[in-house]
Design a protein around this ligand. Structure first.
Ligand SMILES: [Mg+2]
Length: 250
């Protein structure tokens, strides 16, 4: 072991007791490389009384950084952004009589029932795929709407990163909000799953932005949307697979 420093101490600093063998081997390889680099540069003289502590810090942070880079590198590149609407898509908005009045009351948004597709989309968010999932939802002017929607998402969609929750005002363009707030949309296919045709038409005015109308059993009575319609998670998954494989739908 370089420098005669306790092996156990190094190991526990980095990965704690009980870590697996591959990680240990990786740790020792990196550790010895760093030690060699330090001594080749003849900087040994700078290490005095606190040398062990100092060197521990340098090495441990160095290894953690390397480990992090390795983890990021191994993750699937996100080539598809899936933006999902809440009311009428993830959540059943019309679950009470007079909902257009009731929605201003405390507890209305926090207690929205889920569509079956919601849990499956949440499970997809947990997996390492090329799809990054966002929630893109409009909030009415009320004291409760936005905070209750956040609470609902944290409870019902725990695998979606809260930094991917995007809220607009009612009537505000969803696509405009995404262009203002999300990085790298030009290099990504951007899907919007939404039950409202107007949002989808606005969305498709931009290149690489594809609208998917969610058919929830209440909408689509006028058949106004001429683009892609999604009735089930199975359909959505098939479409995502096609996009991931060929970069296009047809
Ligand atoms: Mg909606």
């Amino acid at each position: 072991m370089p420098l005669g420093i306790s092996t156990t101490k190094w190991l526990h600093c980095f990965c704690g007791a009980g870590s697996g063998e591959p990680l240990r081997n990786y740790y020792y390889t990196i550790l010895s490389k760093i030690c060699q680099a330090i001594f080749n540069k003849k900087i040994k003289k700078f290490f005095s009384q606190n040398s062990k502590k100092y060197l521990t810090t340098v090495l441990v942070y160095g290894i953690i950084r390397v480990q992090k880079e390795r983890t990021v590198k191994n993750k699937m590149e996100k080539t598809i952004n899936l933006f999902v609407d809440m009311d009428g898509t993830l959540a059943k908005f019309y679950y009470k009589k007079n909902c257009l009045e009731k929605m201003y009351e405390q507890g209305y948004f926090e207690n929205l029932p889920l569509y079956a597709i919601a849990k499956k989309i949440d499970r997809l968010a947990k997996e390492d795929t090329c799809v990054q999932i966002f929630v893109l939802s409009a909030c009415i002017k009320s004291d409760y709407c936005e905070s209750e929607k956040i609470a609902w998402l944290l409870k019902c969609m725990p695998n979606i990163n809260p930094k991917n929750f995007i809220f607009t005002k009612v009537g505000e363009s969803k696509v405009k909000k995404v262009l203002e707030t999300v990085d790298n949309v030009d290099n990504t296919i951007n899907l919007l799953l939404d039950d409202y045709t107007k949002n989808l038409e606005d969305w498709e005015k931009h290149e690489n932005f594809i609208g998917l109308k969610f058919i929830n059993g209440l909408n689509d009575t006028t058949k106004s949307w001429k683009g892609i319609k999604i009735k089930s998670y199975k359909q959505l998954l098939e479409l995502l697979k096609k996009l991931a494989m060929y970069g296009k739908i047809n």
